[in-house]
Structures are given as C-alpha cells and as structure tokens.
Design a protein around this ligand. Sequence first.
Ligand code: URA
Length: 264
Amino acid sequence: MLIAERLTDNLASLEKRWQEVPSPGCGKEFVFGEIRQNTPLLLIGEALGQEETEQLKPFIGEAGRRLRVTLEKTGIDITQTSIVNCIPRRPLGAKGENRTPTDEELKAHAPFIKELVSILNPKLVLLLGGKALKVFFGREGIMDERGQEATLAGFGSTLFVPTLHPAATLYRPSNIGMFENDLRWTARLLRGDVVDTAKLPPFPFCRTPEEFEFFLDGMLKSEFIYFDLEAGATPPARAIWHWDSRTHIILVSFGWIEHGVPYG
Ligand code: URA
C-alpha cells in the first residue's frame, strides 16, 4: 500500500470513530477539519462556533478571519497548513449560544485529536488558546507559555507552539501584537530561520566584522533589542571609554531577546 493511501485510510478510520464520541451538549454537525496532507503546520483550535457549523469549515467566523489575515500578514502560506479543533463540534449553551467546552468534553475528545497529530506528523503544531494547550500539556496558562516551542513525549520531533486564541485578539485588541509575534516566530521556526543561541559563546565580544555581522543579524530578527550603558563604576581594565573629561562610560553592551530568551 502506498504511504499516501495509508494516510488517507488512517484519516478515514479516525474520522469515523471520532464521530461516534457521545457529545450530548453539542450540535449535531461534525467538522473533521481543513486537512491537507503533508503540510508542515497544523493549527488546533478549541471547538466550532455557529458559522463553522453552517459552512462545515473550521475557523470561518470572525475569529477565523482574524486567524487567516494574521497568517497571511506573518508570511505563513495557508495552503501549507491544516486547521482542526480539539472538539470538532459546537458546544451549545442553554439558549443555543456558543459555549466553552467543559473539561469532560475536552477529555473525551483528546485521544482523537492526539491521534490526528500522530497521523499527520507535522513539523509544527500551533495550539490556539488555553484549551488546546490544556489538551496537550495539561496546563491552561496560555499567557505564561505562549510563543515557547516544546516537544512532547510520544510525538517525535514535532514542535508545539502555544499562542493566544484569535478570539482573544477580538475582545482585547491590545493582544494583537503578541499574537502576530507568535505567528512570526512560528513562520521562522518553519523556515529554520532561528539563531541557535546554544551554539554561541555565553558573552559575545565581537572581535571581527564577521562576528559583528552575525550579532547584528540576530538583533535584526529579534522581537526586542536592548542597549545597556554602565557609567561611573570602577572600570574593567580593557573596557574603558573616555566620553569626555567628566564621564567614564565603562561598558556598552547590546543584546537581543530571542523571543523571550535574552542574549548578549
Ligand atoms: N473557534 C475555534 O476554536 N475554532 C473554530 O473553528 C472557530 C472558532
């Protein structure tokens, strides 16, 4: 059997079994996802909303539009992604409104979304929001963990990057910058365009133009750059700069924050 056929069979079997999970508090529509085979990025949301059940496609409402626009803005080609949800149904509130899934519902669907990740075996999984983070990592503090990639036992070298749910940028527009930064970082991880700070010396004196160029490259790609100037303390022997007769600038240092990790 060809690998592509096996993948299709595995997906079909999963979809069939997943549809049978009892979901008493949810709508009847089941949306497996927007799945493209052999794509490097898998996006995982929480659950369907109303528009998704009408059009039978994930992330098609307002939050979905924010997601799709931000993907484009940050250089992620949507045709190179698959988009799914932890719960491929719409949790319904007492008046038929959207509802946040309960822990029990997330637990019931968790083995299936995890099996989907194993079948698709993407290079990177973007976890959209606290519920997706909870399903995979058992924790919900998305603000503490956003933008920090991690592997997970049982999923090989697949990297998981938690970020905000795009809806969080709608009800709090000041979150947009964080969401965009995480997606930009995701794009760089996908391209392999990251500086491996583990390979750098612990304190980077730039002694040659090449070393300075390397250092500048890191700064140009970073989220924040910092500049530190120490004046008026006891000078270390080789680092004294005479600014004028009254000011001794002891040390000038630049550094960058490589998506949360300071360097320099
Ligand atoms: N929110 C989600 O988490 N998923 C969707 O598909 C739509 C909105």
